[in-house]
Write a protein that binds this ligand. Sequence first.
Ligand code: SF4
Ligand code: SF4
Length: 377
Amino acid sequence: MSTVALAKCPNYDSPGLDRALELLLEPLCGMGAFVRPGQRVLIKPNMLSGHAPERQVTTHPALVLAVGRLVRQAGGSLVIADSPAIEPFGRVAAKTGLAQTASELGAELRELTEPMPAPAVPGAIFKGLQLARLALEADVIINLPKLKTHGQMLLTMGVKNLFGTVVAQRKSEWHLVAGVDRPAFANLLLDIHQALRPALTILDGVWGMEGQGPSNGRPRHLGLLAASADALALDLSLCRLLGVPLPSYPLYLAARQRGLLNPEVENPRLVGDPAAEFAVADFKLPDLQSVGFLPRPLARLAQRHLVSKPVARPGRCRACGQCQKICPAGCLSLEREGPRFDYQRCIRCYCCQEVCPEDAIAFERGLLLKTLQRLGR
Ligand code: SF4
Ligand code: SF4
């Protein structure tokens, strides 16, 4: 039976956070159920980009510290690792507070750099998947996602957080392959999750992000920690708490189509603090552009003409070049006034918006979205 534990945690202060974490893991039999002495444990936080913890873009360092201490007590050796979207790893580690955390824990802090073939997973959609060696060779993965909205996947939580094990330059390649339609990207994420099977996922929902996440949304206080040995079950439970209908969640649809769902995953046993206390009625989701229901050639056409397109927000660009570097289609150039887009080649992957540190890229709503909104969808 899949189990998802929930615990109230109003802030990141110690010792309240440590106590909340203890209560959270109690019904899952504690950290000792996941980590044995001598095992090499990889902690995978969300280190998307170099923002201070208060921006709520990345997993809070206090949670990483508290989890790291429990791993140490259980006898595991620790490595904290991720592959930020574009900024140098050292800068992201410093700004997010995770460099300091790793030093307090005496843990290794490593960038996920070396790709190697992932083991074949029955039913995988993407063949030839390459993931970071460090993740594939760890004895145990502890997945520490941040609860945020996501322009392509609606929400980023447990399953999506593992996309960070795709090393940096290959992220763009996968975006190019999977950026055409959301179901393909959802399937890629499920393949990664199946290949890595994290032993434990602990979600940082003390403060999450709503609106135009995963980096330019608004911080939202939720006061929640959630944990499960099954990241997909955790994600689906969180959708329910946030009032997100499961059929609107791309990962749910892809998992259902692949036969990965069973009653246990769809309706896991909820333990810990009562779920009703975490229900949120007004969580603001991002605008999604829905072309996944069209045949592939039409989807491309629709993507070009109907869905929202990235546009520059005047006066904000500081010419850092990050959007240009990450653009998988190579269709973005930088001019004096800011970024310029070649819409014929743009695949609407929204990576540029995701990485822009100045919030200098917005979306001009496409005809499809405007029509759907007019129809009250
Ligand atoms: S749009 Fe943003 S990411 Fe691109 S160059 Fe300007 S500030 Fe940097
Ligand atoms: S311009 Fe932006 S949305 Fe378009 S392909 Fe490049 S990164 Fe993706």
